[in-house]
Design a protein around this ligand. Structure first.
Ligand SMILES: *Cc1c(COP(=O)(O)O)cnc(C)c1O
Length: 430
């Protein structure tokens, strides 16, 4: 048989893999307020970002085109694990004795166990097209750092990662994965940067935060020759890369003859929620469908539910452009909860905008509630959710129980953004 005829998937599965990213900005009734250059107070120009990001990424970040093609090289790598499964949660439904239909998109099937590879592959590819040698980044729990380390190794880019200290110590597994792919990993705050040194000198055991780690990564990226910075969430372009999730889910649900009444995702910076929700938000904006969208954050880091919608920096040092977003303030240091990926002081400007338009409902849950939901899900569905994803599980359970009270057969769709096998210690006490 001719090997060239082999594809990773049968043609039916390959058809489900989207050919384009969906850009919600083309369909919104109004655009969010633009990012500002902190030096001038004027809207940011694309060239202002050139010291920081690859030009290809900057073009995507600013694009107003509805559909952006996914390059063949990236699609080929995505096909390693996409389309991801859309699962009908029959076990959970039975245990809850609810008439609701619950579906989840299982993004833990990615090579690093979370949705982060969807944008990591695209960002590493774009960097490789411009002779960038190194991408510098930060990571909380390590899902983003490991996804970028993997993508960098595929596209020939060296990866340097500042890992938030509390997670570095709680979750050694992901550091090991990053190093397996040749990435250089440092605990943040570190003595390696001017900004990190301030915190490190005062307290070498400082737990760190994503805001501080971003400042350290930016400092190194901007000073290095042929190095750029890469961010795993928050930015419009990153949210757009994640829309492969929702586009697949839409087609997979259609195969069941189903459509969601409620769409749920956890939010740290907002990317996995947006990736699932945006293609469905388009249906409410353009096709008159009625769907509720619920974004679940950690009570310990309640950017939307307790923060203010205003201009703020994305990092603690104040190096990034000013973003119009819900923020707890760039100096906010969240408690060291296990959902490291939700420990971010801000929110994606697009998610903040959708909240202000009344399209997205925010909600915050306690760590205790979330781990109980995660453990219950493992017993009923056989997948251990990442602590971040367990926030979405908890909301899906609450909505399924509300449907039971109402006696209504609602269809609930949520994003299971990652698996929790490398977070197993966090479950030890539950
Ligand atoms: C990073 C991460 C999150 C939080 O980031 P978002 O950008 O809000 O998606 C949630 N779940 C998992 C598994 C993650 O790795």
């Amino acid at each position: 048989m001719n090997q060239a005829t082999f594809k990773r998937f049968s043609s039916q599965e390959a058809d489900l893999l989207p050919s384009h990213f969906y850009n919600i900005k083309a369909d919104l009734p109004s655009l969010p307020k633009p990012p500002l250059n902190p030096a001038t107070g004027e809207p940011l120009r694309p060239e202002d970002l050139e010291p920081v990001f690859s030009k290809g990424f900057i073009a995507q970040e600013g694009s107003l085109e509805r559909s952006i093609p996914i390059p063949a090289e990236v699609r080929e790598q995505l096909a390693l694990f996409r389309p991801t499964a859309l699962v009908y949660a029959a076990g959970l439904r039975k245990a809850l004795e609810t008439p609701a239909h619950i579906f989840y998109k299982y993004e833990g099937a990615g090579p690093m166990g979370s949705h982060k590879s969807n944008t990591a592959l695209m960002q590493a590819y774009l960097a490789s097209r411009e002779a960038v040698e190194t991408l510098v980044t930060e990571t909380g729990a390590g899902q983003w750092g490991s996804a970028l380390a993997h993508a960098g190794s595929l596209f020939g880019i060296k990866i340097k990662v500042f890992m938030v200290r509390i997670s570095y110590r709680q979750k050694p597994g992901r550091r090991i994965l990053m190093e397996m792919f040749g990435a250089e990993v440092r605990e943040s705050p570190s003595p390696a940067t001017e900004f990190g040194k301030k915190f490190y000198t005062a307290d070498p055991d400082h737990p760190g935060s994503l805001g501080i780690a971003i400042s350290e990564a930016l400092e190194v990226a901007v000073h290095g020759a042929k190095s750029k910075y890469s961010l795993g969430s928050v930015l419009d372009g990153v949210l757009m890369h994640q829309t492969v999730i929702g586009q697949e889910a839409d087609r997979q649900l259609a195969a069941y003859g189903a459509a969601p009444d409620i769409v749920i995702g956890c939010v740290g910076g907002g990317s996995n929620f947006s990736g699932l929700a945006f293609p469905f938000i388009r249906k409410t904006l353009k096709e008159g469908q009625t769907i509720r969208f619920i974004a679940v954050e950690a009570e310990a880091c309640p950017s939307i539910t307790k923060g203010e919608l205003r201009y703020d920096h994305g990092d603690t040092a104040g190096l990034t452009p000013l973003l119009y977003m819900h923020s707890l303030g760039k100096d906010f240091i969240p408690a060291p909860i296990h959902a490291g990926g939700l420990r971010y002081h801000g929110m994606a400007p697009l998610v903040s905008h959708l909240v202000s338009l009344g399209i997205v409902e925010p909600r915050a849950y306690s760590q205790e509630k979330v781990f109980a939901a995660g453990a219950f899900f493992y017993k009923t569905e056989g997948i251990l959710p990442a602590p971040e994803s367990a926030h979405a599980v908890a909301a899906a359970i609450d909505e399924a129980l509300a449907a039971k009270q109402e006696g209504s057969e609602k269809t609930i769709l949520f994003n299971l953004s990652g698996h929790g096998f490398l977070d197993i210690n966090a479950y030890a006490k539950t």
